[in-house]
Write a protein that binds this ligand. Structure first.
Ligand code: PLP
Length: 398
């Protein structure tokens, strides 16, 4: 039996492959430190859970309008003011997670042969959905010396007459990088000069340590050419609820809604009521989580920099570190992928190789630090022992 050829264009996320390997180790009785999957370890705030349960009890168990419950669309539109974006409910389409918003946006904007500028390293689903839509991903590098902020010159060099979309992800997975106002302004000018759409993935927007909240869509002339992709998974610890949204020019919402109707009909109704509570209720759980994450980031970055051959910048956002271990790899002949595999097999610490995010991730690991400090200490101890024992001979090179 044959499957449709378009499936060949879909990629996946390495995180799930590593998670499966880690679970196998656990099933055979080992304790594994999980730094591979990108999700907060905090529970969903209780008032949000309560709103979801209340909605279920109140019988809000039927189909919702395809573009979303009007009160949630309105609450999302209002919440955008925090990042300087002016929008109304007409600009919002609710989806079961940010990923479906990304998928529908890609299918709405990208046609065969269109070139799409994607960050490298970057979230692997960008490349996957661009190819699925018939487009061609064109990678732009992120420079470690600029703390992984997207650089307009590196992006401008890659623009051709076929370029249609620029994908930004700020704060960035896997590096935690953000952009300065100067960078965003230059990128906005580039998008306008070349008549590009911008897909601005802002799922980590609440998790910043510089206290800032921004969006390229807030800059003059940008709301007409930007689709913000966002959701509740990261900021409100709601990964399993599946709730996200796109914010776009009103002229695009019909196309996006048609895609939603064809695919999922609507996002679960009671989940949308939990989303209203998340946005309009107290935000102290988010503030507490970000404060806790800052301390965990500092602990991990300090510990990584103390290991010979590893250097790690302190990321300004999200909950990932992206250490450079080229010093260790050059000495031992390992790749970041074989390093990560052996770290899991021998020390039971699950991390992702930088190359899981594209060729630009070579020489790096991605570590998610949204976990207990004691787990981070355990991971650092194991990493240090592992690196210390890695002579070229131990790495199988002699
Ligand atoms: N965008 C980025 C950059 C992510 O890292 C993730 C999740 O890991 C998503 C989107 C998807 O988020 P959601 O759980 O809302 O689908």
């Amino acid at each position: 039996m044959h499957t449709a050829a378009r499936l060949d264009t879909l990629g996946t996320e390495q995180a799930y492959v590593v998670l499966a390997a880690a679970r196998r180790l656990e099933a055979s009785g080992h304790k594994v430190v999980h730094l591979e999957i990108g999700e907060p370890d905090m529970p969903t705030p209780p008032h949000v859970v309560e709103a979801g349960v209340r909605a279920l009890r109140d019988g809000l168990t039927r189909y919702a309008l395809a573009a979303g419950v009007p009160e949630l669309r309105d609450a999302i539109a209002r919440s955008l003011a925090a990042r300087g974006v002016r929008a109304t409910a007409e600009n919002v389409v609710v989806t079961p997670g940010a990923k479906p918003a990304l998928f529908c946006t890609a299918l709405s904007l990208i046609g065969p042969g269109d070139e799409v500028l994607c960050p490298d390293p970057g979230f692997p689903i960008y490349e996957s959905v661009v190819r699925f839509a018939g487009g061609r991903p064109v990678y732009y590098p992120l420079d470690e010396t600029r703390e992984f902020a997207p650089h307009v010159d590196a992006i401008a060099e890659r623009v051709t007459p076929r370029t249609r979309v620029l994908i930004l992800n700020l704060p960035h997975n896997p590096t935690g990088g953000v952009a300065t106002t100067h960078d965003l302004t230059a990128l906005a000018a580039l998008a306008q000069r070349h008549d590009l759409w911008v897909i601005s993935d802002e799922v980590y927007g609440q998790i910043r340590y510089d206290g800032r909240r921004d969006s390229i869509a807030a800059l003059p002339g940008m709301s007409d050419r930007t689709v913000i992709v966002d959701g509740f998974s990261k900021g409100y610890s709601m990964t399993g609820w599946r709730l996200g949204y796109g914010v776009m020019p009103a002229s695009l919402t019909d196309a996006m809604t048609t895609l939603v109707i064809n695919n999922v009909s609507c996002t679960a109704t009671f989940v949308q009521y939990a989303g209203i509570a998340a946005l309009t209720g107290p935000q102290d759980a988010v503030t507490r989580m970000v404060a806790g994450l800052r301390a965990k980031r500092d602990l991990l970055v300090r510990g990584l920099n103390a290991i010979e051959g590893i250097t790690c910048a302190s990321p300004a956002g999200a909950f990932y570190c992206f250490p450079d271990l080229s010093g260790v790899l050059e000495r031992t002949g390992l790749t970041c992928k074989s390093f990560a595999e052996r770290l899991l097999a021998e020390q039971h610490v699950a991390v992702l190789a930088g190359t899981a995010f594209g060729p630009g991730g070579e020489g790096h690991l991605r570590l998610c630090y949204a976990t207990e400090p004691v787990e981070l200490e355990r991971a650092l101890g194991a990493l240090s022992r592992f690196v210390g024992a890695l002579t070229p001979a131990a790495a199988g090179l002699t």
